[in-house]
Design a protein around this ligand. Sequence first.
Ligand code: IMP
Ligand code: MG
Length: 188
Amino acid sequence: MPLPHEKYLEEVLIDEASLQKRVAELGQQITADYAACPDLLMICILKGGIMFLVDLTRHVHVPHEIDFLAVSSYGKGSRESTGKVRIDMDLSTNVSDRHILIVEDIIDSGETLRFVMDVLLARRPASLRLCTLLNKPSRRRIEIPIDYVGFEIENKFVFGYGLDLDEKFRNLPFIGVVKLDALPEAEG
Ligand code: IMP
Ligand code: MG
């Protein structure tokens, strides 16, 4: 029996071992950079950032808190950013005067992160940095300063390790390229 994701999988772009190795390296870098920081707060952007946050936080050996911000930028069934981003679930932490590290799955057009950064900056954190697992620079519409990048990837639609294909397959332990001709047309 083929696994349910297999008909949508063109190829594995980043396998599990490569992901885990890079996440550990990012954790070491963050540990070094925040060694003197007393109150790091890692903010996971849901839902896509969940797998990355859970793995990354275990490689960050400075005391830190985690919190979650759920935003949506794509209509369900759509694979293009609408440019409209909204908060679905806000933080439970007051971020004023806190050192914030945003943990995101992918930066594509930049619309989502611009919105998230503006929301957070308005709350006057002590510092704000951004860590993204994947970066698709060819798709950028809004310039975003990125402090930590796992992998730069080409303009391909990918899924797994937090990233969804129409809300599914976030659980895969690798990043796969979507086989576009296996998909129904995206709505919206
Ligand atoms: P942006 O606002 O265009 O930068 O898009 C960011 C959001 O779009 C990410 O947080 C993802 O949820 C989603 N996204 C962008 N590219 C992909 C992809 O290749 N696969 C799955 N989701 C994606
Ligand atoms: Mg998504």
